[in-house]
Design a protein around this ligand. Structure first.
Ligand code: C2E
Ligand code: MG
Ligand code: MG
Ligand code: MG
Length: 292
């Protein structure tokens, strides 16, 4: 931190350096503690996958789910992925945890297939982090999991962010095409928050755009957000993509999305992410409501 500290000396004088160093040291020590805790979390199976239903806006039916990582810390309780995913990323642990998520999702799909809860056309999405995706062995690791678990055809979807692909588009296309050939589909997560260049969007084998919840949140009151969402939906449809709105909490938001022609949504209006057994109940309820 030498350069930054020097800068601090010039800008703010001596007092701020000590404050800065202490704060820095504090941050580093918290990061290290968390890294240790995260290693233990893997060893002691403290990670869980929760499942948030994805709903067809027209029919109101469950068409799949997004698997979201949860960490049940022995002292702190449930820790949000927002707080620990960055630590997994910087420490490189995301490689192992990401592979765990993938295999766990595959096991879940096999279980649901065998119990008849999983219906044709449903998809389970997992989130893939940049560091995981860019690794040379990523494709081999995924294929190894697919060889190991006989998941239903075309049932696995991977959510990636624009940041993943923008830097080395050609490499990303090769990775995605190889996995698409094995039946995996891709969604662009948090769409609209990144670079959103239409020219590369056209080239990527992406089947779904997930409209970031930041735009959905104020869709009722904020005209700009409403125009933006409508534009994303129109563009997505022109590119033959499916549209998922994230973070839908109110009926009125849903009505607006519906009027724009959005296909699917996720959000507290329908359900939070729930544990495995609870999602099974949701699927079972869906089936019993299905007209014979
Ligand atoms: P994301 O993939 O964009 O997931 C959506 C987040 O929005 C989830 O937060 C979800 O619980 C939350 N959410 C869903 N509906 C609503 C709603 O109606 N209102 C509000 N306010 N929030 C809603 P969560 O589970 O805390 O995950 C946060 C982020 O952590 C995810 O954003 C994703 O980027 C990352 N993440 C989660 N699981 C994994 C994982 O297995 N691997 C990787 N690499 N990242 C993950
Ligand atoms: Mg996601
Ligand atoms: Mg998202
Ligand atoms: Mg997000």
């Amino acid at each position: 931190y030498a350069d930054t500290a020097m800068y601090q000396v010039k800008e703010k004088g001596r007092d701020s350096i000590e404050f800065f160093n202490e704060e820095m040291a504090d941050k580093v020590s918290r990061q290290l503690t968390m890294e240790g805790d995260l290693h233990r979390a893997m060893d002691e199976s403290q990670f869980k996958l929760y499942y948030q239903p994805k709903i067809d806006i027209r029919t109101g039916r469950v068409v799949g789910a997004e698997a979201l990582l949860r960490w049940n810390h022995p002292v702190k309780g449930m820790v949000s992925p927002v707080d620990f995913i960055p630590v997994l990323e910087t420490s490189g642990m995301i490689i192992d945890v990401g592979q765990w998520v993938l295999e766990e999702a595959c096991k879940t799909l096999v279980t649901w297939k065998e119990s008849g809860l999983w219906q044709a056309g449903m998809k389970l999405s997992i989130n893939i982090s940049p560091r995981q995706f860019r690794r040379d062995a990523f494709v081999d690791d995924v294929i190894a999991a697919l060889d190991k678990y006989p998941i239903p055809e075309k049932s696995l979807d991977m959510e990636i962010t624009e940041g993943i692909v923008i830097q080395r588009v050609d490499d990303a296309i090769v990775t995605m095409t190889t996995l698409s050939d094995r039946g995996i589909s891709f969604s662009l997560d948090d769409f609209g928050t990144g670079y959103s260049s239409i020219s590369y969007l056209k080239r990527l084998p992406v089947s779904t755009l997930k409209i970031d919840q930041g735009f959905v949140r104020d869709i009722i009151d904020d005209r700009n957000d409403r125009v933006l969402v409508e534009t994303i939906i129109t563009m997505g449809r022109l590119l033959d993509m499916e549209l998922v709105a994230e973070g839908v909490e109110e009926q009125e938001q849903l009505e607006i999305l519906k009027s724009f022609g959005c296909d699917y949504y996720q959000g507290y209006l329908s359900s939070q992410a729930v544990p495995f057994a609870e999602f099974e109940e949701i699927l079972a309820r869906e089936q019993s409501e299905q007209p014979a």
